[in-house]
Design a protein around this ligand. Structure first.
Ligand code: MEV
Length: 440
């Protein structure tokens, strides 16, 4: 009898967890335990570092780690590390990088680096009273958290500004402290959240002790204090431009970008292509890809409609293609140096600052978008995509080396599909089986 509920799962050893799951969830006689333990790292110390990144870890989920060379950004050449499981993304990035390398490469610039955090609170008291003491409150917030911000200030960062916002026209009693942060080379999530939680406490204490609010401390309720993953003021621009070489191509390219600016259905897919490149580098450097995803998609909808993140112009015979992305990235802190491969990724990139990494990531996103549009408006995406996917299908169908060779040759000028590959393998296997065995 299977029992799928459990108390104290986290207290079990890894082996006990696996056994319990095998008994209660996997099919009987399945190789689940083997499959999961097969990916345990032989280096026990490293395995315990990896286990420490999460909870209830059973194994390691392996993803391909690739590199797209020939990325010229602001005159410097990079080999960009990419962690992604989708066929043709790295190939597309590499081919776009090479295309632009011959035309001067990508240009990138940092437009701003501010990150934001919020203390959300209810205030049932008089709004004017709150505003009348806001300067005093700001002073208190800063002095009470000086011990938390000192190190960041020494590195050139810290809290840049604090605003008091009134949202009572949308929600009764709802106010907010909106706080700007500079976090230098760290993504800064822990720093920001620590400061914000301390701000919440200082706010409570301030209201409880200030003469203006005697007897009204109950009017205040701090709801929550947390950073915002929307970072429209932590912005990088990547661009590529050159003289129009093929008018028909650039006109079609321009139209493709316009379509993604107009239609949210197309914009979502168009931006997904950008994020193929962005996420792959973000993952390879152990940055928070969920934060980057949410920020970029929110930015794509900043005027109220979801639109393309990239733009394109053709003016005076010059084709210009660019995008702005709100990327809160770090090259110190978090897992960036703890994950051995993230550390190597950063080394591969020349140990960049957070700003340089923002430029690399944005350029990779732009390259990916360029490659996707180029395929879409010329050969179509499936030709390249399915050619790359052919190997996966062949592996899935347990093709041997000689079958693989034959299939790759056969599909060179044909459309690849799962059923076409199955039929082809069926045919060559049948032929082989019906061939008479040689009598010596
Ligand atoms: C596939 O992962 C990404 C594309 O669909 C992007 C696009 O359509 O622009 C090819």
């Amino acid at each position: 009898m299977r029992n799928r509920k459990i108390n104290g799962f986290s207290k079990l050893s890894k082996e006990q967890k696996l056994e319990w799951l095998a008994d209660n969830f996997f099919e009987e006689n399945s190789d689940a335990i083997n499959d999961l333990t097969r990916f345990w790292h032989k280096d026990k110390e490293l395995q315990s570092v990896l286990d420490g990144f999460s909870e209830n870890t059973l194994s390691n989920f392996i993803m391909p780690y690739g590199v797209a060379p020939n990325f010229v950004i602001n005159g410097k050449t990079y080999a960009v590390p990419m962690v992604i499981e989708e066929s043709s993304v790295v190939a597309a990035a590499s081919s776009a990088a090479k295309f632009w390398q011959r035309r001067g490469g990508f240009k990138a610039e940092i437009l701003s680096t501010k990150k934001l955090g919020q203390v959300h609170f209810s205030w049932k008291g008089n709004a004017a009273k709150l505003y009348s003491v806001f300067d005093e409150l700001k002073y208190e917030l800063k002095t009470q958290t000086a011990h938390l911000t000192l190190n960041m200030e020494k590195r050139g960062g810290g809290v840049s500004d604090i605003q008091l916002l009134d949202f009572t026209n949308q929600e009764p009693d709802y106010y907010q402290l909106l706080v700007g942060f500079e976090t230098c080379d760290s993504m800064g999530a822990n720093f920001i959240n620590t400061v914000l939680e301390a701000y919440g406490q200082t706010l409570r204490h301030f209201v409880a002790n200030h003469s203006t609010f005697v007897g009204s401390e109950k009017e205040l309720e701090v709801i929550m204090a947390i950073l915002s993953n929307y970072t429209p003021e932590c912005l990088v621009r990547a661009s590529a431009e050159g003289p129009v070489e093929d008018e028909e191509f650039v006109n079609k390219f321009y139209k493709a970008v316009r379509i993604a600016q107009i239609d949210p259905y197309r914009a979502t897919t168009h931006n997904k292509g950008i994020m193929n490149g962005v996420d792959a580098v973000v993952l390879a450097t152990a940055n928070d890809f969920r934060a980057i995803e949410s920020s970029c998609h929110a930015y794509a909808a900043r005027d109220g409609q979801y639109r393309s993140l990239s733009n394109c112009t053709i003016e005076d015979g010059i084709f210009k293609f660019w995008l702005d992305l709100p990327l809160a990235l770090g090259t110190v802190g978090g897992l960036t140096k703890l994950h051995p491969l993230a550390k190597r990724s950063l080394e591969l990139l020349g140990n960049p600052s957070a700003e340089e990494l923002m430029m690399i990531v944005a350029s990779t996103g732009l390259a990916q978008n360029f490659a996707a549009i180029r395929s879409l408006i010329t050969t179509g995406i499936q030709q390249g995509h399915m050619k790359m996917h052919l190997k996966n299908i062949l592996i899935h169908m347990q093709a041997n080396e000689s079958e693989m060779k034959k299939a790759i040759q056969y599909f060179d000028d044909k459309v690849v599909s799962f059923s076409a590959v199955r039929d082809f393998l069926g045919m060559i296997r049948k032929k082989k089986a019906s061939r008479p065995t040689k009598v010596v």
